[in-house]
Design a protein around this ligand. Structure first.
Ligand SMILES: NC(=O)c1ccc[n+]([C@@H]2O[C@H](COP(=O)([O-])OP(=O)(O)OC[C@H]3O[C@@H](n4cnc5c(N)ncnc54)[C@H](OP(=O)(O)O)[C@@H]3O)[C@@H](O)[C@H]2O)c1
Length: 272
């Protein structure tokens, strides 16, 4: 079992734990009896969740407030991964920016948001994954990492170009490292959700989720269950839900000459 069973000296570190998918993953881990170490910027939200998780698991849940978009925040969280009791890492912190690059380019705030997106979704995830792989493999004990990608990883997405590209990085990097780790006792799993009801749409400044049928928007708890199950088994990747699996297949195999104009038109419709 790549994610070791919960023990008195084991913890799983979860980034992005103050809301949405990260919080749901922390709950799914706590339900399985894991102690957790919760990371995000909003300390109050983390503290509330930690109290809930202690009740749920009967185990410890601790909080570390950090901005992973800064060097100081990232350095501190990387340091936590050296602690021998950290046997798992979940990289859920991330956000999206919607809009056309030509329009975003003229707005200093939006350009800063795009820069922050790459720092968090790509650089921080990469940095923490590399650090965790090194620490876990050095210890020669089982360990597991779960990286949160997206179905946008499987094709370019006009209207969310930087976000989809960041998730393509997450997916490609994580799948390659999964293969590298074969036989090491350490595993790296990727979960690739579709639209999911969380704080994501607000953070991305879009009401696009309100314009798609409810049926197409999943629940964070379902994504978390699928992700944690796959992490516990050490699977390469999981895409929760049939519609999302079909969308991912389409993204992978449809010719780009047909797919990109269709996606561009679809995104213009939800952009309103
Ligand atoms: N919702 C969807 O439709 C969807 C679909 C596919 C993939 N995803 C992915 O799922 C992951 C979780 O997103 P979500 O949907 O759960 O959205 P969410 O509810 O907005 O959660 C995002 C989490 O990231 C944390 N975060 C944001 N900026 C941070 C920073 N600079 N430093 C540290 N933590 C930071 C937030 O905490 P603080 O604000 O407290 O820092 C929050 O806990 C993301 O990687 C996202 O790309 C979401």
């Amino acid at each position: 079992m790549p994610l070791p069973p919960p023990g008195p000296d084991t913890r799983v570190l979860v980034t992005g734990a103050s809301s949405g998918i990260g919080a749901a993953v922390a709950r799914a881990l706590a339900r399985r009896g894991h102690a957790t170490l919760l990371v995000a910027r909003r300390e109050d939200a983390l503290a509330d969740l930690a109290a809930e998780l202690r009740e749920l698991s009967g185990r410890d849940a601790t909080v570390h407030a950090a901005d992973l978009g800064t060097d100081a925040g990232l350095d501190a969280v990387r340091g936590l991964l050296d602690s021998p009791d950290v046997v798992g890492l979940v990289n859920a912190a991330g956000f999206g920016v919607t809009g056309r690059v030509a329009e975003l380019a003229d707005d200093a705030e939006q350009r800063a948001a795009l820069d922050g997106l790459v720092r968090l979704n790509v650089l921080a995830l990469h940095d923490l994954t590399v650090a965790a792989v090194g620490a876990l493999v050095r210890r020669r004990r089982p360990g597991a990492i779960l990286n949160v990608s997206s179905i946008t990883a499987f094709q370019p997405l006009p209207g969310a170009a930087s976000y989809a590209a960041s998730k393509a990085f997450v997916q490609s990097f994580s799948e390659a490292v999964h293969a590298e780790l074969s036989g090491s006792g350490v595993t790296l799993t990727t979960v690739s959700p579709g639209l999911t009801r969380t704080g994501f749409a607000d953070a991305a400044g879009t009401d696009a989720f309100d314009r798609v049928p409810d049926l197409l928007v999943g629940e964070a708890a379902d994504v978390a269950e699928a992700g944690v199950e796959a992490m516990a088994r050490g699977d390469r990747s999981v895409t929760p839900g049939l519609v999302n699996q079909l969308t991912a297949l389409g993204g992978r195999f449809a010719p780009r000459t047909l797919l990109l104009p269709a996606l561009d038109a679809g995104m213009r419709l939800v952009e309103g």
